[in-house]
Structures are given as structure tokens and as C-alpha cells.
Design a protein around this ligand. Structure first.
Ligand SMILES: [Zn+2]
Ligand SMILES: [Zn+2]
Ligand SMILES: [Zn+2]
Length: 758
């Protein structure tokens, strides 16, 4: 006899404790990894069994244990590797085991209960079902009587339709749904008649909701370059060896990383393994998904963030049972169950969207993937033109194998980049957001029947509104940010909380009527582009892509030639491959360079390189224009040459000098509070606590900065204070925090390896 320790699946922050339950006779099969129903503070809730423990010998203690009520599913949800990954996450990201384990189940709380009553309506017991409903359809299967009738030909004369239908059913491997029968010329009336005559059985057949599911031959296979071939061979060897080898596949933009991914995935699938392919955002990777579908057809499952809970349940089911071999998905797909994982690919591994920054636990899917690979032996491929500096450093240190793709397969050159000094434009009295050089290049591109992409990383029309007389800017009452003027709706909007307000008639401070609009967003740039001859514009930013699949739709229309200029925020710079694009213009190329964040240079270099890389991917050369008020900026100069290695070596030296990752580990503590004073006090208390430990000679190399207000000091009516912690190894610091009262503060967030420190 034994008891079990259970982590409670409740959306409660900081429930670190686990609880012990007894296990009734009928449920003695329960072991670690099972999802169970348990009584908890007067409710029936879901829990995860973490481990079996021996029953306490103390009879009083024993009698206090409540029993597990039911087991969910017919197998444990967590296998050993998933449970170990969740435990690693809890340690590394400083969250409770329950918070980590919840990420692995589709749907947050997925049970519902049904009362079973006797004839008098008295409650007998409850039945627990997973809320995930299997979608089933009516289907027919031939039975013994049917096979006999078919063999004897009893229906051949008097009911030819039924006879033929029996023939179709006899050929099928299992039951055929009504629509499958219709495809083979069998009407539902005939099928129903067979069932009524006792020659076939009507059954329910599970169908999987996967809108991407299409049956296809393995798609076109391009000739690989020597570098691609070499990369594929090395990865394939690692797949065969299953020794958890990891790779950095560093390839310039347009160098054909996808071809290498496809070969490696095909090699893994042919050897009986499953493949996980993580992408930053499904909507922006439609081309890649299509390419994989052409190769793997119905063996592919796709998991994007807009799947319903049931659709997600289906995808997880297909992976767990091995019905699908390749899973393509965003961040959260890293938690899928696999039957036999052999390869993980992380495309654009430097992308910030792999890091969950908004909700606890703040995990990075790339690093969770690394852990799953370590535990399963699967090979890991991290691909990028501009790798995360931490990944790059690992490759330099030999911790992962460095693979290079240094040329574009069709021999195309990297685009030619020029810098335009916007100060000179002002001197020449050009007040447009478009420089004269860019205007001219756009007109020529349009006239030649080619296409252009224009990047401006600011949405809206005017990015701030200010009073001419007293200098007051209009800010959101809930967030410490400027309101943005949106011309289409004729209103002001907060890009943080979505709050809107009418255009001000007068200054709220001094009642002056001299209100002026400053700064240019994508809407204003769109308006100015439309005035150029022969230019037809499409705009892609968060405001134009609210609807499901709107991104993919805009990109498809652009690729089809519905417009010859695409203007938008950074989403226009990523992933897609449109051969007719020969010109890229970046307005305000220095806009992200001056943020007070140690990763500002890395992010700016990456964005500029990715944007430039959209040009000249076909057989015509590309041309790129960076507009800036800071033309001598060294990062901008390096982006012009698109020379990542030189940039990376320079930046790594800076990181070393100032003790930043990869040379230090970082932890951001963030306090959020409705009350500004209370928030600051809590942040100070954490700092005092850590400083007192240092005074006792502990946490020697820990560096503490702050507390200071976050760059956006208030959002959604909550004040935000940051404390930054750095050390060569933060293990002891994490332990100290997890052993303190601060662990269970609901408004204190631990963000390990923060993407942004501001
Ligand atoms: Zn907006
Ligand atoms: Zn004023
Ligand atoms: Zn706001």
C-alpha cells in the first residue's frame, strides 16, 4: 500500500506545496505522471501525481489522508522524460512544479463531472470526463454476415447497390465514414440499408480536427549545395546516434536553411523517429509549413496559438500515438507528448517570441527543447542568420556543433545596402518620411514591375500628441505611454492596453487649442507612399492583422502582385521569401538602437539584417536603403555589410567588459502593484534581503541593480519596478529566493534569462 504526492492544477500563483493522498483499492495502478481528480479545499480539482510515497505509519496521520477520487485517461499523461523536463523547469525558472506541469496538458483545467443518480434522483456517485471531446462521425464497417453475403453474391441480382457497397467496405482497412463512402460512390441511404439488413455495423469513428491535413506526395526536391549537403549529413548522423547532439546552423538570409531542415526531418521520419519543428509564429511561416506539407502530407500536425482546446487535444493525441510524425508549432508546442522524439529544429532561434515574457513561468521554448533533447537523446538544430549571441558563444566554445551556410544556392549576391542621412533631407526641406533616394528607388522599382518592402517599426499615424503652448503630451491614463493618433478611426489609442479616446479639442493642462501631432507611424508612411506614381500599397501591422490568418492573407496578396509596395512593422521583415522583391527601405533604422537595454544592438542588427535579406532572393540583385539620423553609428555600419561574425565578436567583447550574458546569468525581478509606494517597498525588501546575505559572506559574486521603475513605469494601471541580478552562476541566489518569504508573493515575478531588462 502506498500514498501519492500530488501537484494541484489550479490557476493559483505560487502554490509550491504538494499534497499527499491515499489511493483506494481500485486505483492501485496509479503512479507518477497520472492526472487524477482529488478533493481540495472543498472542491474536486485536477492534480498531477508526482511520486508514490509510503503510507505514514502513524495511524492518526494516515486517517487524515483523503483518497484520490478518480484517474483521468487510461495511461499516465507524463512519461518519465516529460516529468523530468517539468522538474527542470521548476528549478531553473523558479516556478512551482504544478505551474510547469500545467503547460504540458492541453487546456488549463480539463475535467468536468457528471452526477450519476438512482431512480429516485439520489446522488450515487460522480463520473469524471475530460472536457476534451473527441469529435466522431458516423461510419460503417462490414461484419461477418456481410462478408458471407458478399462471397455468396446473394445481393448481386436484387440489390446491386448494396452488393457494390459491401465490396467497398470489404476492401477498407477499418470503418469508412459517410463522406469516405460517398467518395467511392456509396450513398448514405445504401450504407444505412446495409446496417438495417444486418450486413454492416454502424460505428462512431474519431476524426481529427486538423485543417492543415492533406494527402500528398513528397514535394519537389532541390539540388543541395555542398554546404547544405555537409550540414544535412552531420545532422543525420546525430539523429542515428541519438546522443543529444546540438547544432547551430548559421546561414545567411536566403541560404536555404529550410532545405537542410527538410532533409534532416525526412531522415528522422524514415528511421521511425518523430520531429518537432518550432517556428516563431505560424502566420509568418506559411511558406515553410507548405513546404513541409508537400514533403510529409498527412504525417504533419500543426499547432498554432489560435487552436481551440479540442483541436489542440487532437494534435497532442496524434503525436502521442505516433499517428503524426512531424509537429510544426509555436512556443507552446514544445510541451507536446511524443511517442518517439528523434529531432528538434528551432527555426530563427534568436527570436524573442520563444520566450514567454507575459505570464509565469517565464520559460524559453528553445531551452526547454534543449532539455527534452538531453533527456531523450534527440538531435537539436538551432537555425538562424543572426543567432542569439549566447547560442553563438556556445558554438565558439564547442558546446554545440557549428554549421555554416555562407552563400545563396542560386549564386545570388547579398543585396547592396546604402545609408541615407535624414538630417540632409531636412536641410533640403524634404519633410516627408521618405528620403528622396528612397522615393526615386520606389518609383523605379514599380516601373520595372518589381516589388518593394518598407519597414517602419511604429504603428499608427502620429506617434505622439503634444500641446504647443505648455509641452504637455497626451498619455494613457492607465499606462505611462503616449497615446497614438489613428487616422482611420480618428481617435487616440494606447498600444499597451488598447484604451481609446477622442481627439482632444484643447490641452487638458492649459486649455490651449494649439494641439500638434508629431512622429510618424505606418499609417502616415502608407499615405505618403500612395502619392508616388504607379505605387500600390498594402499595409501589414498589428492594426491591419487583427483577424485570424490576416498576416498570411496580406502576404499572399502581396506575393500575387495585388500591390507592389508592402509597408509595415517588423513583421514584414521576417520569414517570407518573395522572389520579385528587389528593394527594401528601412525608415528610422536607428529607432531601436538607443533603448537602454543591453540587447538593443543585437536586436537592431538582427532586424536590419533580416529586413535587408528580403531583397534580391530571386535572380535580380537586391537594393536596400537604411534611413537614419545617426549615419555613423557603428552597429548600423556593420548591418550595412551584413557581416554577423564581425558584429558578434565586437558585441561579445562588450558583453564581457560589462559582465552581461553569455558571461553572466541574469535574473529580472519585477514587482507590479496598483500602489506605487507599496510596489517600491516590496522591491526594496528583496534587495535588502539579498544584500544582508552578501554581508554574511554568501552570494559573493552576485551583482544587484535597482530597484528602478520599468521603462514603461505603469501599464494596465499597475506600477512596475525592476531589480536586476547578475552572477556567473545564479544557482545559490535562486535557492536563497526560493527559501524566502518572497517566493510566495503573488505580485513578484522571477524572470530568468529575461529577453528585455527595461
Ligand atoms: Zn495602433
Ligand atoms: Zn497645454
Ligand atoms: Zn494604456
Amino acid at each position: 500500500m502506498f500514498a501519492v504526492n500530488v501537484a494541484i492544477n489550479l490557476p493559483v500563483k505560487n502554490l509550491f506545496r504538494q499534497f499527499t493522498y491515499s489511493v483506494p483499492e481500485a486505483l492501485q495502478f496509479i503512479d507518477s505522471g497520472w492526472r487524477v481528480v482529488i478533493p481540495f479545499s472543498g472542491q474536486k480539482v485536477e492534480g498531477f501525481v508526482v511520486e508514490r510515497v509510503s503510507l505514514p505509519s502513524d495511524e492518526v496521520l494516515k486517517s487524515k489522508l483523503k483518497p484520490v477520487e478518480a484517474a483521468l485517461g487510461d495511461t499516465p499523461w507524463f512519461d518519465k522524460e516529460m516529468l523530468a523536463t517539468a522538474k527542470w523547469m521548476a528549478d531553473y525558472y523558479m516556478c512551482s512544479l504544478a505551474e510547469a506541469m500545467r503547460l504540458f496538458v492541453p487546456g488549463k483545467s480539463s475535467i468536468k463531472r457528471r452526477a450519476v443518480r438512482d431512480a429516485q434522483g439520489r446522488l450515487l456517485y460522480y463520473v469524471y470526463n475530460e472536457r476534451l471531446q473527441e469529435k466522431t462521425v458516423l461510419a460503417y464497417r462490414i461484419n461477418a454476415a456481410g462478408r458471407q453475403a458478399l462471397a455468396e453474391g446473394t445481393l448481386a441480382k436484387r440489390a446491386k447497390g448494396q452488393h457494390a457497397a459491401l465490396g467497398v467496405l470489404a476492401q477498407a482497412a477499418g470503418a469508412l465514414s459517410v463522406s469516405e463512402l460517398a467518395q467511392q460512390g456509396v450513398s448514405s441511404a445504401v450504407a444505412r440499408a446495409l446496417a438495417q439488413n444486418g450486413l454492416a455495423d454502424a460505428v462512431q469513428k474519431r476524426v481529427l480536427r486538423n485543417s492543415y491535413n492533406t494527402e500528398q506526395e513528397r514535394g519537389e526536391s532541390l539540388q543541395l549545395t555542398a554546404e547544405q549537403q555537409d550540414a544535412a549529413v552531420k545532422i543525420n548522423q546525430a539523429i542515428d546516434a541519438q546522443r543529444a547532439q546540438s547544432f547551430l546552423l548559421q546561414g545567411i538570409t536566403g541560404s536555404g536553411k529550410t532545405e537542410v531542415y527538410l532533409r534532416a526531418a525526412a531522415h528522422a521520419v524514415d528511421a521511425g523517429w518523430q520531429v518537432l519543428m518550432l517556428v516563431p509564429e505560424i502566420a509568418l511561416t506559411a511558406q515553410l509549413v507548405k513546404r513541409f506539407q508537400a514533403w510529409f502530407g498527412s504525417e504533419i500536425a500543426v499547432a498554432h496559438s489560435k487552436l481551440s482546446q479540442n483541436e489542440r487535444g487532437d494534435v497532442w493525441y496524434r503525436m502521442r500515438t505516433g499517428k503524426a510524425r512531424v509537429l510544426i508549432g509555436v512556443r507552446s508546442a514544445v510541451f507536446a507528448p511524443f511517442e518517439k522524439l528523434g529531432l528538434v529544429i528551432v527555426d530563427e532561434e534568436h527570436e524573442g517570441s520563444y520566450k514567454e515574457e507575459d505570464h509565469r513561468p517565464h520559460y524559453n521554448a528553445r531551452d526547454v527543447a534543449r532539455t527534452r533533447c538531453r533527456l531523450t537523446g534527440a538531435a537539436l538544430v538551432l537555425g538562424s542568420a543572426t543567432p542569439d549571441l549566447c547560442t553563438y558563444y556556445k558554438a565558439l566554445q564547442g558546446e554545440c556543433t557549428h554549421l555554416h551556410l555562407t552563400s545563396r544556392p542560386n549564386g545570388a549576391a547579398l543585396p547592396k545596402v546604402e545609408i541615407v542621412d535624414m538630417r540632409k533631407e531636412l536641410e533640403a526641406r524634404n519633410f516627408s518620411v521618405l528620403s528622396r533616394a528612397l522615393q526615386q528607388a520606389l518609383v523605379m522599382t514599380a516601373a520595372a514591375g518589381e516589388q518593394a518592402i518598407v519597414l517602419l517599426n511604429r504603428r499608427g499615424y502620429s506617434t505622439f500628441v503634444m500641446c504647443r503652448d505648455c509641452g504637455q503630451t497626451i498619455t494613457c491614463p492607465h499606462c505611462a505611454v503616449a497615446m497614438v493618433y489613428h487616422k482611420k478611426n480618428e481617435d487616440l489609442r494606447c498600444h499597451y492596453c488598447g484604451n481609446t479616446m477622442p481627439l482632444p479639442q484643447e490641452c487638458p493642462n492649459c486649455h490651449s487649442r494649439r494641439i500638434k501631432y508629431f512622429g510618424s507611424g505606418t499609417q502616415k508612411a502608407e499615405e505618403q507612399l500612395q502619392q508616388l506614381p504607379e505605387v500600390r500599397v498594402l499595409r501589414m501591422d498589428q492594426d491591419s492583422t487583427v483577424a485570424k490568418f490576416a498576416h498570411a492573407d496580406i502576404l499572399r496578396r502581396f506575393a500575387d502582385g495585388a500591390a507592389n509596395v508592402l509597408i509595415g512593422t517588423q513583421m514584414v521583415a521576417k520569414g517570407h521569401d518573395i522572389p520579385n522583391v528587389t528593394l527594401v527601405g528601412v525608415l528610422a533604422a536607428d529607432s531601436t538602437l538607443h533603448l537602454p537595454d543591453y540587447r538593443a544592438s543585437e536586436r537592431a542588427f538582427s532586424l536590419l539584417t533580416q529586413a535587408a535579406g528580403r531583397a534580391g532572393r530571386g535572380d535580380r540583385p537586391g537594393h536596400v536603403i537604411f534611413q537614419t539620423y545617426d549615419p555613423d553609428n557603428p552597429i548600423l555600419q556593420l548591418a550595412v555589410t551584413q557581416d554577423y561574425d564581425t558584429f558578434a565578436k565586437r558585441e561579445l567583447q562588450e558583453r564581457k567588459n560589462y559582465f552581461y550574458p553569455p558571461f553572466a546569468q541574469m535574473l529580472k525581478l519585477q514587482v507590479v502593484d496598483k500602489d506605487e509606494g507599496a510596489g517600491l517597498v516590496l522591491a526594496q525588501q528583496v534587495v535588502f534581503y539579498l544584500q544582508s546575505l552578501k554581508l554574511q559572506g554568501k552570494l559573493e559574486d552576485l551583482l544587484i541593480a535597482g530597484p528602478f521603475p520599468s521603462l514603461v513605469a505603469k501599464a494596465y494601471d499597475l506600477y512596475r519596478f525592476n531589480v536586476l541580478l547578475k552572477a556567473q552562476d545564479l544557482k545559490e541566489t535562486k535557492e536563497a529566493l526560493l527559501n524566502s518569504e518572497f517566493k510566495e508573493k503573488a505580485n513578484l515575478y522571477f524572470n530568468v534569462d529575461p529577453v528585455s531588462v527595461i
